[in-house]
Structure formats: C-alpha cells, structure tokens
Design a protein around this ligand. Structure first.
Ligand code: ADP
Ligand code: MG
Length: 340
C-alpha cells in the first residue's frame, strides 16, 4: 500500500481509541471542559447508561460562533499556545482532542452562547466526514454538548459496552471523583430522566463535609483522620480512614486538582498504612496534593490518569511521612477536615 495521510475522521477515531473508552470517559472529558470554562454549575443527563444519549450543560464562558467549528477539530485548543505552556499546565485539558475524538464516534451537537454574544449557535457534527453544520439556537450563557449513539460507527468499540447498569456505575464514579475535586461547583446527574445525584455548591466547611459524606458515606466522613501537611512547596490535605475496606473503591487522590491513579503515590500510601490495616484490606482516603505545576508532567497519558514528578523521591517520601505522622498521632478529638 502506498503511504497516505489518513482521512480526518479515521485519524480522530484512532485518537478516540485512547481517550473514549466508554460513556464515562466521554463524561469525564466534557465535564473537565466545563470546569476549564469556569462553570460553577454543571448538569449531566444520560439515557441508557450513556450509550443512547449524554448531555452536559454548563454555565461557563461559552464558545463564540466563529470558534464553534474549530473547537471540534483535532489539535484545536484555547488552553496552551506554546511549549512553555505545556511545562506548567493548570487547566484540566490541553490536548485539543476530546471534542474531535468524541464527535468522530458519535452524533455530537455543541451549542453555546458566550455572555457577550446576543444569540446562541449550534454546531452539528454528524460523525461521518467531520463536516460541521452551524445553525442558530436557543441557549442561556454557557455551553451544552449532546452526544447521541456513542460508537454507532465503531462496532468493535460498541461490543465492549457493558450493561446499562454497569456503564451508569462508571459514570456515577466519574461524577463522584470530580465532585470531590471541586467543592466550588454544583453538579447534578440524571439517568433516564431521574435525578439521582445532586451535589450543591459547598462553600462552607460544613457543606464540604456534607459532600464528602454524600460521596464517601457517613461512616467515612465521621471517623476519618484529617491530614494537613506542608513541606518545601508541597502540601497534602484531606482525610483517611482506618476502617479497612474490602474494595479499593474509596481511594481518591488529586494532584493539583486532577484525579490520579499513580503507582508512586499508591506505593507511598501503602507503605504508610503498613501495620495499620490487614494485608488484604484497602485503605480509604480522599487526598489533595498540591505542588508547583512545573514540578509535575501531566502529558504522560492521553487520558491523563498518570503523572510524572520531577522529584519523584521527594514527593513519595513527603506523602509517606505526612500519612505516617497522621496515623501515629494519638487519636485526638476529631474535627471535620478543613480543605484548602
Ligand atoms: P482541550 O480541552 O484539550 O482544549 P477539547 O477538544 O476538549 O480540547 O476542547 C477544545 C476547545 O473547545 C477547548 O480548548 C475550549 O476552548 C473549547 N471548549 C470545549 N468545551 C467547552 C465548554 N464547555 N465551554 C467553553 N469552551 C469549551
Ligand atoms: Mg478537553
């Protein structure tokens, strides 16, 4: 076969293979876009486990009519402009791939109205040839993205979709993770027309605690130890529980507000818990690590689940020490955690 440049849709579908695994991954990408757009209210609606329909509605900055089509093309982003920006990423997105990828494997409409634009516009991507139609629409300030028939044109991916119930559980988990990362934003989640989750904005400490209890259960919120530790530009805050869990499903770790599943971090946590929990038990925690954005590389994995720390040893030992100190403290009168 001669060498040729792949058609745009095929290239996007290949990229989609990396980030769009299932409906929950679509929701993660779209909600992160809403957060990057400064939204403080994000509504998520899904039908049939997200397979049939996903709708994300936000009250963020919106996208102007002249940029709607561009937003759907690959490598189009407003979040970085040069290599220097890549070295210190503060937004959740930066690859400019999510909308292009998702629209190549679904029927996507993007409707948006920036505050300064009197009317809303809608871009319709048919998922076939990456051509976009633009029509006027009715929409308040902000953006809605609707994704219909995910994987309708990629049967291999569609085969991997699980039952409606399982896919919804993954979606619910994505929303929990994000809800714990942003207390300043209200989230709601509807499935098949039923409002199932509601996390109101949590400004006060009591409200934050309520959100943690909603996500992690009253049991966790009541007996969790508070972590608060700082050293050389690193800080670790949050909660951890000494109640052994049989499943590793209450492990929330954020690096600069981004949810992570990182080997180095897990190793440090495991090590700190050694002797505190039975071997087969899983620690439960909600922890927030913050450090200078230049000290961490988030451009390691397309779905950004992993990071690379420039000073891996320092970060590892800091986390280990912070948790060990907290565990070794004689149990004080526990007050609910304060989050920064
Ligand atoms: P990335 O998030 O990596 O920049 P995306 O493909 O997810 O790439 O989005 C492309 C661009 O579209 C973003 O950089 C942003 O400018 C714009 N955009 C996407 N979603 C929203 C939204 N909900 N509100 C405002 N702008 C958005
Ligand atoms: Mg994005």
């Amino acid at each position: 076969m001669p060498i040729q440049i792949l058609p745009a849709q095929l290239a996007n579908q290949i990229a989609a293979g990396e980030v769009v695994e299932r409906p929950a991954s679509v929701i993660k990408e779209l909600v992160e876009n809403s957060l990057d757009a400064g939204a403080d209210r994000i509504e998520v609606e899904v039908d049939k486990g997200g397979h049939k329909r996903i709708l994300i509605r936000d009250n963020g900055s919106g996208i102007g009519k002249q940029e709607l089509t561009l937003a759907l093309s690959r490598h189009a982003t407003s979040k970085i402009h040069c290599l220097d920006d890549l070295e210190q990423i503060i937004s959740l997105g930066f690859r400019g791939e999510a909308l292009a990828s998702i629209s190549s494997v679904s029927r996507l409409t993007l409707t948006s109205k920036p505050q300064a634009q009197p009317e809303a516009w809608q871009a319709i991507a048919e998922g076939r040839d990456m051509r976009v139609r633009l029509i006027p629409a009715a929409h308040p300030d902000g953006t809605s993205v609707e994704v219909l028939d995910l994987f309708f044109n990629t049967p291999a991916r569609r085969k991997f979709l699980r039952t409606e119930k399982t896919e919804f559980q993954h979606i619910d988990e994505v929303i929990r993770r994000i809800a714990l990362s942003r207390f300043d934003t209200a989230f709601s989640l509807k499935h098949n027309g039923k409002l199932l989750r509601q996390y109101p904005k949590a400004a006060s400490q009591a409200a934050r605690q309520k959100r943690v209890a909603l996500v992690c259960g009253q049991g966790f919120a009541q007996q969790a130890l508070t972590i608060s530790s700082e050293l050389q530009g690193l800080s670790l805050h949050g909660w951890l529980s000494l109640e052994p869990a049989s499943q590793p499903d209450q492990q929330y770790f954020y690096v600069n507000g981004r949810m992570m599943r990182d080997k180095l971090i897990h190793h440090a946590i495991r090590q700190a818990f050694e002797g505190w929990l039975p071997q087969e038990a899983h620690p439960a925690f909600v922890l927030y690590l913050t450090l200078d954005a230049r000290e961490v590389d988030v451009n390691v994995h397309p779905a950004k689940h992993e990071v690379r720390f420039h000073q891996a040893r320092l970060v590892h030992d800091f986390i280990f020490r912070a948790l060990q100190d907290a565990l070794e403290q004689p149990a004080p009168e526990q007050t609910p955690a304060t989050l920064s």
